[in-house]
Write a protein that binds this ligand. Structure first.
Ligand code: KG4
Ligand code: ZN
Length: 346
């Protein structure tokens, strides 16, 4: 059995995890900083970096303890070194370098967004099959999170080529902004989903932006603005969410969610019409959304390809996906030196 420690500090979650054989999650500790940033209405990079620094050591110790693993037993240390907030990345990468050096273990830097796609492989429990599903490549990858909405052609977890991305808001950002408009709180995705369960998704026809006929890029700012105008009026704030009935609010949430899901499925279909794939891999916080999961599963059934989704706990940012992808890289013989850089964008 091979054991990998993973660290994730790209944004506002401080996380450490131990993964066995690249697939079986032995422990995963995630400390969210939501409370620290809530009063500012978004993540403040310097506060996030400082908070990582303050709690990362305790998070790592906890992950090792929960897994019942000692440093000697580890086969490597993985860390997300891109993309993300530069100060936050520096904290995680400096810690990973120090541990790899002190423990004399290989160091592997991985791309956080690619790791979201790897999250489809993660499982819990001792009695699991760690072999990858046969015949899954080439695959279409879809990452839907608060910071990213991108599509990839994949010939493997380390052979990933981006073919489209959002030109404005990420879909998770749109969920968060709609939650703000509906006065639900932060982070908005799960709250919008909850409210949408009581609503009629056909109640309001919000615009679904597909951009040019051949475009594989995404745009969600028009949809977000349409929700804003619907709720607040389009000439400044004439009214707000408090003037809508509970049913009207639920209808807005459900109609928005349907429009977002339809756009994601339409873009996947467009990519798959262009080039065939054996599977569709989905990851990122928004892939926890049940309506979006079921829309993409329907697409897979219709187009005859398997759809691989992460377990709900591995959709949002976590270090298990980092440890898993790092283990996969190590198995391929890839590792980095102590000069591993951090990159805010890639
Ligand atoms: O992957 P993630 O944890 O962080 C980034 O890398 O951005 O994704 C966080 C995003 C947030 O925008 C959050 O509102 C959204 O994922 N999210 C959801 C759901 N759970 C989280 N969006 C829709 N439905 C959900 N159930
Ligand atoms: Zn993420």
């Amino acid at each position: 059995m091979s054991l990998t420690l993973g660290l994730e500090t790209t944004c506002d979650e401080t996380s450490a995890a131990v993964v066995a054989d690249g697939v079986r999650v032995c422990s995963t500790v995630v400390r969210s900083q939501i409370e620290l940033h809530a009063r500012y209405g978004g993540v403040v990079p310097e506060i996030a970096a400082r908070a990582h620094l303050e709690i990362l050591n305790a998070v790592i110790s906890r992950a090792m303890e929960e897994a019942g693993v000692t440093a000697e037993q580890l086969n490597g240390v993985g860390v997300a070194n891109c993309p993300g907030l530069i100060g936050c990345l520096l904290v995680g990468v400096a810690a990973a370098k120090a541990l790899a050096f002190a423990w004399e273990k290989p160091l592997v830097g991985v791309n956080h967004v690619h790791a979201h796609l790897y999250a489809t492989r993660l499982q819990q429990g001792t009695d699991i099959d760690v072999r990858p599903p046969t015949d899954m490549w080439p695959a279409l990858g879809l990452v839907i999170s608060g910071g990213h909405t991108s599509m990839y052609w994949m010939d493997g977890f380390t052979q990933v080529r981006r073919i489209g991305a959002t030109i404005d808001d990420a879909v998770g950002e749109a969920f968060d902004k709609v939650a703000q408009i509906l006065q639900l709180g932060y982070p908005g995705g799960p709250l919008v989903e909850q409210l949408a369960q009581r609503g009629n998704p056909g109640a309001i026809q919000f615009p679904k932006s597909l951009l040019g006929r051949d475009s594989l890029d995404f745009s969600f700012s028009g949809l977000k603005t349409a929700v804003l105008y619907h709720v607040n009026g389009n000439k400044g704030i004439q009214h707000d969410a408090s003037s809508l009935s509970p049913q009207e609010l639920a209808d807005v949430a459900a109609s928005f969610q349907r429009a977002a899901a339809d756009v994601l499925a339409a873009k996947c279909r467009r990519a798959l019409d262009r080039q065939s794939a054996k599977s569709l891999l989905v990851g990122g916080g928004v892939s926890a959304n049940k309506a979006i999961r079921s829309k993409l599963l329907d697409l897979g059934r219709e187009m005859g390809l398997q759809v691989l989704l992460p377990a709900p706990e591995y959709c949002t940012d976590n270090a298990a996906m980092i440890a898993g992808l790092a283990a996969h890289e190590l198995q391929l013989g890839h590792q980095h030196g102590l000069n591993l850089p951090v990159l805010a964008t890639v």
